[in-house]
Design a protein around this ligand. Structure first.
Ligand code: HEC
Ligand code: HEC
Ligand code: HEC
Ligand code: HEC
Ligand code: HEC
Length: 327
C-alpha cells in the first residue's frame, strides 16, 4: 500500500514538472553584453523609444539653430556641457554635467541619460540577459536627475516649493507620461515642453470680468509644476486686451497689459514676473470703454521677440486662451 502511494506521488510530481516545462518555455539564452558608442545602436532594439526621442528637443540640442546662433556655433564652449553631455551617471546627480568630445550631433541622447559608468544602462528592471544589461535605478526618474541641466534657472527648486512635490507628482509625470497611462508601457520620450502649444495651454487659466467700469483680468497657474513660463529666459507670455470687433468690423490693435517672464541678467530694469505654481495674478484696466471687450494670453518661444514697448502678439506668438467680456 505504502509503496503504491509513493509511486503515485512520484508520478504526480513528474507530471507537474513536465507540464511546467511545456507551459513555460525555457528562457532565451543571454545576449552578450554590448559596448555602446552611439545612440543609433539602441535603435535596433528600442525603435519606438528612438523615434520618440528623435522628435524631442533633447535630440535637437546640438543642431538647434537658435542654440547655435546664441552660442556662436559653440565657440562659447560653456554651452556644450548640457547640449552635448557626457553620461549623467558618470558626472553624478547633483553635480554639473560635463561636455563630451564625440558624436555631439546626438545632443542629449540615450547614452547621456542611461549609460552607467560600470557598463549597462539605468532602467526600471534588472536583466543579465538583454544586450544593454539594464539595472533598476530609481534616480533616473527623479527631479534631481532632470535638475543637472534644468535647475540653472531654478525649475526644480520652483517645483520643490509647489504642492506637486508634496503629492509626489514629478517632472516625468507631466513631461514623460506613461504611454496610454499603463505602467507596463514605459514613458513617452518626446518630452513635450514649450514647443508644444497644446501642453502650454494646460499651464494657465484666463478669466476676465467687469468690476464697475473697470476690466479685471486674472491668470492662474493651474497646470505647470513650476513657475510659468519656466527655465529658458527667452520665453514670454503676454496678456492683451482690445474692444471686441463685432459684425465683421476690423479689430482694433491689441493693448498690452502684462508680461510673464524672467529677464536675462543684462536686462536691467526688468523684474522677474514668472507666475509660481498655483498662484493667481490679477490685473486691472480702469477705463476700457463701454462696449464688449476681448482679452487674450499669448506665448512666445523665440529670443528674437518684438519689444514690450512695441508688442505685436501676432509675430511669432501663439495664442493660448481668449475670453470675451460683455457689459
Ligand atoms: C546647465 C545646463 C545648460 C547650459 C550650460 C546651457 N544650456 Fe541652453 N538649455 C538648457 C536647457 C535645460 C534648455 C531647455 C530649457 C527650456 O526649454 O526651457 C536649454 C535651452 C536653450 C535654448 C532654447 C532652445 C529652444 O529651442 O528654444 C537656447 C537658445 C540655449 N539653450 C542656448 C544656450 C547657450 C547659448 C548656452 C551657453 C551660453 C547654453 N544654452 C548653455 C541647458 C543649458
Ligand atoms: C540587442 C538589443 C538591445 C540593444 C542594442 C539595446 N537594448 Fe535595451 N533592452 C533590450 C531588451 C531585450 C530589454 C528588456 C530587458 C527585460 O525587460 O528583461 C532592454 C531593456 C532596456 C532598458 C530597461 C527597460 C525597463 O523597462 O526599465 C533600458 C533603459 C534600455 N534597455 C536602454 C537601452 C539603451 C539606452 C540602449 C543603447 C545604449 C539599449 N537599451 C540597447 C535590448 C536591447
Ligand atoms: C533626458 C533623458 C533621457 C533620454 C535622452 C532618454 N531617456 Fe530613456 N528614460 C528616461 C527616463 C527618465 C525613463 C523613465 C524611468 C522610470 O520610469 O523610472 C526612461 C525610460 C526608458 C526605458 C524604459 C521603458 C520605457 O520605454 O520607458 C527605455 C527602454 C529607454 N528609456 C530607452 C531609451 C533610449 C533607447 C533612448 C534614446 C533613443 C532614451 N531612452 C533616451 C530618460 C531618458
Ligand atoms: C543632460 C542635460 C539634460 C537632462 C539630464 C535633461 N534635459 Fe531636458 N533639455 C535639455 C536641453 C539642453 C534642452 C533644450 C534643447 C533644445 O531645445 O535645444 C532640454 C529640453 C527639455 C524640455 C523642453 C522641450 C521644449 O519643447 O522646449 C523639456 C520639457 C525637458 N527637457 C524635460 C526634461 C525632463 C523631464 C528631464 C528629466 C527626466 C530632462 N529634461 C533631463 C537638457 C537636459
Ligand atoms: C503638473 C505638471 C508639471 C510638472 C510636475 C512639471 N512640469 Fe514642466 N511644464 C508643465 C507645463 C504645463 C509647461 C508649459 C508651461 C511653462 O513653460 O511653464 C511646462 C514647461 C516646462 C519647461 C519649459 C519648456 C520650454 O520650452 O521652455 C521645462 C524645461 C520643464 N517644464 C521642466 C520641468 C521639470 C524639470 C520638472 C520637475 C522639476 C517639471 N517640469 C515639472 C507641466 C509640468
Amino acid at each position: 500500500m505504502r509503496a503504491l502511494r509513493v509511486a503515485l506521488g512520484l508520478l504526480v510530481v513528474a507530471l507537474g514538472a513536465y507540464l511546467l516545462l511545456v507551459v513555460f518555455e525555457a528562457p532565451a539564452p543571454a545576449e552578450p553584453a554590448r559596448e555602446f558608442t552611439s545612440s543609433r545602436q539602441c535603435m535596433e532594439c528600442h525603435a519606438d523609444v528612438f523615434a520618440e526621442w528623435e522628435s524631442s528637443a533633447h535630440a535637437n540640442a546640438w543642431v538647434n539653430p537658435d542654440v547655435r546662433a546664441l552660442s556662436n556655433d559653440f565657440a562659447n564652449t560653456d554651452c556644450i556641457d548640457c547640449h552635448a553631455p557626457r553620461p549623467i551617471f558618470e558626472s553624478g546627480i547633483g553635480k554639473r554635467v560635463l561636455p563630451r568630445a564625440s558624436r555631439r550631433a546626438e545632443g542629449v541622447d540615450c547614452i547621456a541619460c542611461h549609460l552607467l559608468p560600470d557598463g549597462g544602462v539605468a532602467g526600471t528592471v534588472d536583466s543579465q540577459r538583454a544586450a544593454c544589461r539594464p539595472v533598476a535605478r530609481r534616480e533616473l526618474a527623479s527631479p534631481d536627475y532632470c535638475g543637472v541641466c534644468h535647475n540653472q534657472h531654478k525649475t526644480v527648486d520652483q517645483w520643490r516649493e509647489s504642492r506637486y512635490a508634496d503629492q509626489g507628482v514629478s517632472c516625468v509625470d507631466c513631461h514623460m507620461p506613461l504611454r496610454d497611462g499603463d505602467p507596463n508601457n514605459g514613458r513617452d520620450h518626446t518630452c513635450r515642453g514649450g514647443h508644444d502649444v497644446e501642453l502650454v495651454k494646460t499651464a494657465v487659466d484666463l478669466r476676465a470680468r467687469r468690476e464697475g467700469g473697470a476690466l479685471v483680468v486674472e491668470v492662474e497657474n493651474v497646470g505647470a509644476g513650476h513657475s510659468f513660463p519656466t527655465d529658458e529666459r527667452s520665453r514670454a507670455s503676454d496678456v492683451f486686451w482690445r474692444p471686441l470687433a463685432e459684425g465683421g468690423a476690423d479689430p482694433e490693435p491689441w493693448r498690452h497689459l502684462y508680461r510673464f517672464r524672467s529677464p536675462y541678467r543684462h536686462e536691467v530694469g526688468l523684474e522677474d514676473t514668472w507666475l509660481p505654481a498655483h498662484e493667481t495674478w490679477t490685473g486691472r484696466v480702469e477705463d476700457p470703454g463701454e462696449g464688449p471687450l476681448e482679452v487674450a494670453i499669448f506665448y512666445k518661444l523665440s529670443p528674437y521677440w518684438t519689444t514690450p514697448e512695441a508688442p505685436d502678439p501676432d509675430a511669432e506668438a501663439q495664442r493660448l486662451h481668449t475670453v470675451e467680456v460683455r457689459p
